[in-house]
Design a protein around this ligand. Sequence first.
Ligand code: GDP
Ligand code: MG
Length: 725
Amino acid sequence: MHKKSITIALAGNPNSGKTTIFNSITGTRQKVGNWPGVTVEKKEGLISKFGYDLKIVDLPGTYSLTPFSIEEIVARDFVLEECPDVVIDIIDASNLERSLYLATQLRETDCKVIFALNMADVALTKGTKINAEKLSELLDLPVVFTVGNKNEGIDTLLTKAIELAGSPAKIQQKRKVKYSKDIENAIVKLQDFIENKVKAKLAYNLRWTAIKLLENDKIVKERILLKAGDKRDELLQEIHALRSHLMDRFNDDPEIVMTDERYGFIAGIIKKTLTSSSQNRVDISRNIDFFLTHRYLGFPIFILFIWAMFQLTFSVGAYPMDWIDRGVNLFATELNNLLPDSVLKDLIVNGIIPGVGSVIIFLPNILILFFCIAVFEDTGYMARAAFLMDRIMHVIGLHGKSFIPMLMGFGCNVPAVVAARTLESEKDRILTILITPFMSCSAKLPIYIVLAGAFFSAKAGTVIFAVYLIGIIVSIVSGRLFRTTLLKGADAPFVMELPPYRAPMISSLLIHMWDRGKIFLKKVGGVILIGSIIIWALSAFPVNIRYSLDYASEIVRVETLYEAEITAAGKFERDVIEKKKDMAIAKLIMARRAEKTEKSFLGKIGKSIAPLFAPLGIDWRGSVALLTGIVAKEIVVSSMGILYAVEKEPDALQSALVKSDITPLSAFSMMLFVLLYLPCIATMGTIWRETGAFKWMLFSVLYSTSLAWIVCFCVYQGGKIIGIN
Ligand code: GDP
Ligand code: MG
């Protein structure tokens, strides 16, 4: 039997719980977060329930159907053009008034709408009572109470939605927002004009179109003008005439008057349906905010949180990291003893294991970092951080909202760049996208840990924190620069929204953490594995190279030399000489290996780019490692693992680094270069896609890389001049 299929769209304000309900219905695990703008793209889920095939679509949050930002356009286009069978408007019951604005607009379209009064639990503790029956009656649509994160009311909601989808369409016509007489007249006139004069076949509801045209909605206007054909100019004139008539009548833009009237309508509904007893209203959020967004305390607390996050990532992460490291080493030693000598063994022991092994040990750090970010997101602190940064962001001519993508950049730049969609202005968006990559992403963390751990041991955490801070400063300074040159414009006035604090759902935190962990592991098994193999191959070939020294006979010579000494020496001194002999031979073997890499293809590549990096204190091995980082930043560590490390002992890479020519100063310079230079391929692609222009991606690449070079040059050369090593 063929089941009936129904498309249900979830619409609602940002942060009203849409994704939570989406997950609860579909059983998937989309990311939820307690700040506006988490879902910037619509997501779909398919399930079979109650004998129907349901397609559930999670739309980005919007406050209205007036398209100010990409996410609002995505949501509106879906509702208007794909005509879902039912739209569930998810309403934050603890914030009814604000939610109703979108609701009234949804009612103006032809869609079948059902209300989910979500966050019913919050409304209850706040002491707000909503008369659902009255609300349902006034707006002529079904209303269901839900608690998204506890799965309450979801089944009822679904049954009602299915019922509504099956009901005849036309009963929805009453109870639209009634505007004042002049506006209603204008709407009717315009409707008439479109229907009878222009005779355009419209995709959307006629009344809605007329309203939007009177509101001077650019997108709707463009679309209808396309359809108007030779009646184009006449239509434009008619719209203009009606608008100026209204303008004369109200002394204000029609869109403002209509917004006012919608709010009037909403106020009426609120009066009839909402009772709030203010005695038992416990506003914990406000109390917490007294400290966390305090004028003077707020900022130090924010810095403290970020600092604590990195300390936690670094110090707690060190333990499991050590265990994994030991496991990897044990595995390597076993394999080394087990396998017969061959190219394959060389590939595994000197290519794959150091390459993949040196990255995989950072899994715990990555998990902890993302856990911390998830806590910030889910509790609602993220929005506070943006609020705090608002003042600083204004220096660049952006508002605090831009800081959310930037903060997300600490995790991964790809979703961060996408998150910039929440910004209304195109210029703001591009500006934010350009400065986000300076927020050091988690893939760079392993590089810092390796270098800082090797050269700044006890102060490693603080040095890493400083690197992150420098990233923030660079992004702000760059932002200021772009704002005054490339992307001139004033910042739009904006009120940062502070959602109430919520205790994070542990399951959601763990899921988020694990999702990122999975992405990391996939990268390790994919691009990093392949990268390691390529780097190894480049370093292992060509096989027949001419050494500057005949190492084999040199080893024999040294051996016989010491043997003679040993037989000549007294019993007492033999051990010492024996040790000396071993060391001399080990040194020769190392030297041969070093020369081999140097004369390999990789060495040639490195040598040819090395002059570019020499003034920054980065040797040819470092240069190659940085080059490989273009693919994915984690590979830098793999490359270093293959290029520097030779011995199979715990902490092989770090001790090998210490023994190399790298000094603390040049290590710091390299960290800064990693921080600032061009983003990875995935981020580049995302920048291209999100800005819609190749030139911005190219600009981002060139700007960041040259900036990295200049900064490192100044730091390294400056450091040398004042005598730091
Ligand atoms: P969206 O932006 O509309 O997709 O909202 P999310 O689904 O990301 O949810 C925002 C926050 O509200 C998350 O922290 C959820 O855990 C929380 N949340 C969702 N529904 C409820 C609810 O009914 N009650 C309470 N107390 N919290 C909820
Ligand atoms: Mg969402």
